[in-house]
Design a protein around this ligand. Structure first.
Ligand code: NOJ
Length: 552
């Protein structure tokens, strides 16, 4: 089957279903809600949807703990609602990709239930190990969410590995039967008409033989050097490609923690049979932290720019970038790289900073209206397994106030509150009581209000997306960064034989002096997008952004 790489012309919208829109009033977002809002998603100019997991799940990790890969959770509307959604999305010319979570399952998946009882052929579906002499854990690895990566199972009398929550046992991908199960799952959804997958922590699926102790002095994720890009990763991904993906014109988007652009090329370089199409890298999410949001640092524009530019230039002509600034795993971007005080201005600037780069942009629900970090008054309101563990086990010597602030700053829940549709009760998200709290700013920040305001962030996103779709230079132009050493301004240009695009973004919270860099001929260009009505020749206002186009 020819791979047309249709994803290069698309803009995706990410839905984290529990918090998107509740269609039946039970307080939980669902597919009926998505159906109601398809027009809205389309009105943004988005023509692709990535669904975070919709499968049946006990919900230990927001659905990333799956107990049945071949069904849709009843609370989301079940298979019937999903099929309707797929049909309606396709009728609108939209593509739909699912989340594929195969590094681990839920501990309530029947495979695990059988594996812990050593029922064949499931005995080796997971990674089981006896205790080491002296009752010690099988190795020194940390889980990414809840302390150590090993939990003892009384039924089996052994430890199982879980790189994430205790309720997310890792599958043993070295077992060919497990890989056959994965292929069955892939075919099931692709045959139904799904257009591809976002593959959860896919670079973690092959663990080093012998599961050796981590020797590196890592601040987080002890063990990662023995399971990220493990020894059989290319073999397994090639097998999935050969046996399944090559037979469908689909998209494979890989989540790849700690990957560099050079390493990414091993997976996504465009050549016959490339294992994956795009990666979700983390480097552009680490401009204000060290590896993880839980090790915060001062925001560094230079770090962000260097990451943006390295991905743009290393992949150029070889592979395709996935562009994003928000998703369900990080706090809201305005609260991090922008400013809540200049919410609309900085939201617009942040949109421009990535939407005019080369690649396929993704927008995370609520980003387009500038939702900011949720600020609850008590730690008890947090629901995420990782957040709860961090709260209970780290920074215990700090004041309550500081610890709460830490959650606001680092927790994934900060970006998982219900989408703010209107100023109605519960932000118009649900007729019932929402499963989690709504951000208190919903009366001010909501879709309905921004629909009415031609100058709103929402309408700015629409404009920016329409522009990027109509400009060949955005899809095909070269990329060049200017004023690299500036710690306040991010400036890049894009160029084809017939068009030049100049993108100017100020990350400063004050007005700054600015001199147009050499090589940017803004005098002969047209200002096609801006976030302040008036622009000055030698200054940039707080979080100002401008996009100039020159047709040559
Ligand atoms: C990455 C997902 O994006 C995240 O939400 C999840 O908790 C982990 N992988 C584990 O599946």
């Amino acid at each position: 089957m020819e791979r047309t790489r249709w994803y290069k012309d698309r803009v995706f919208y990410q839905i984290w279903p529990r918090s998107f829109m509740d269609g039946n009033g039970d307080g939980v977002g669902d597919l009926w809600g998505v159906l109601e809002k398809l027009d809205y998603i389309q009105s943004l100019g988005a023509d692709g949807i990535w669904f975070s997991p919709l499968y049946p799940s006990p919900g230990a990790d927001g659905g990333y703990d799956i107990s049945d890969y071949l069904d849709i959770a009843p609370e989301y509307g079940g298979m019937e609602a999903f099929k309707q959604l797929l049909t309606e999305a396709h009728q609108r010319g939209m593509k739909v990709i699912m989340d594929l979570v195969i590094n681990h399952t839920s501990d309530e998946h029947p495979w695990f239930e059988k594996s812990r009882r050593r029922e064949e052929p499931y005995t080796d579906y997971y990674i089981w190990r006896p205790a080491k002499p002296g009752g010690k854990l099988p190795n020194n690895w940390d889980s990414n969410f809840e302390g150590k990566a090993w939990t003892y199972d009384d039924v089996r009398g052994e430890y199982y590995l879980h790189l994430f929550a205790v309720k997310q046992p890792d599958l043993n991908m070295d077992n060919p039967l497990v890989r056959e199960e994965v292929k069955k799952i892939l075919r099931f959804w692709l045959d139904m008409g799904v257009d591809g997958f976002r593959e959860d922590v896919i670079t973690f699926i092959s663990k080093e033989e012998g599961l050796p102790d981590e020797k590196l002095p890592l601040p987080a994720g002890k063990g990662i050097s023995h399971y990220n890009h493990g020894p059989h990763i290319h073999e397994y991904l090639s097998e999935f490609y050969r046996d399944v993906f090559s037979q469908y014109d689909c998209l494979t988007l890989a989540e790849a923690p700690m990957i560099t652009p050079a390493k990414a090329l091993e997976y996504i370089e465009e050549k016959p049979g490339n294992e994956l199409d795009m990666v979700i890298q983390f480097e552009t999410e680490c401009a204000d932290c060290l590896f993880t949001d839980w090790i915060p640092m001062k925001f560094s524009l230079r770090k962000l720019k260097s990451a943006f530019s390295r991905w743009q230039t290393t992949l150029d002509g070889k592979a395709w970038n996935m562009l994003y600034i928000e998703n369900h795993d990080h706090p809201r971007i305005i609260s991090r790289y922008g400013s809540e005080k200049f919410r609309t201005e900085s939201g617009k600037m942040l949109a421009v900073s990535y939407l005019f780069q080369k690649g396929t942009p993704f927008i995370y629900q609520g980003q387009e209206i500038g939702m900011t970090n949720w600020r609850p008054d008590s730690p008890d309101k947090y629901k995420d397994v990782q957040t709860i563990w961090k709260y209970q086990n780290t920074a215990l010597n700090q004041s309550d106030e500081k610890r709460l602030h830490r959650l606001w700053r680092s927790a994934r829940d900060s970006a998982r509150t219900p989408v703010q549709w209107s100023s109605e009760p519960h932000a118009g998200f649900s007729q019932g009581k929402p499963w989690t709290s709504v951000n208190k700013n919903y009366r001010r920040v909501n879709v309905a209000a921004q629909e009415k305001d031609s100058d709103s962030l929402l309408n700015f996103y629409r404009k920016a997306i329409a522009l990027r779709k109509n400009l060949d230079v955005v899809k095909n132009g070269t990329y060049q960064e200017h004023e690299k050493s500036s710690s306040q301004h991010y400036i890049y240009s894009r160029e084809t034989a017939s068009q030049k695009l100049y993108v100017i973004c100020s990350f400063a919270k004050k007005e700054t002096k600015w001199k147009c860099p050499k090589g940017l001929d803004i005098e002969h260009s047209k200002l096609i997008l801006q976030n302040y009505k008036e622009t000055l020749p030698d200054r940039l206002k707080p979080y100002e952004t401008r996009v100039y186009l020159m047709e040559q």
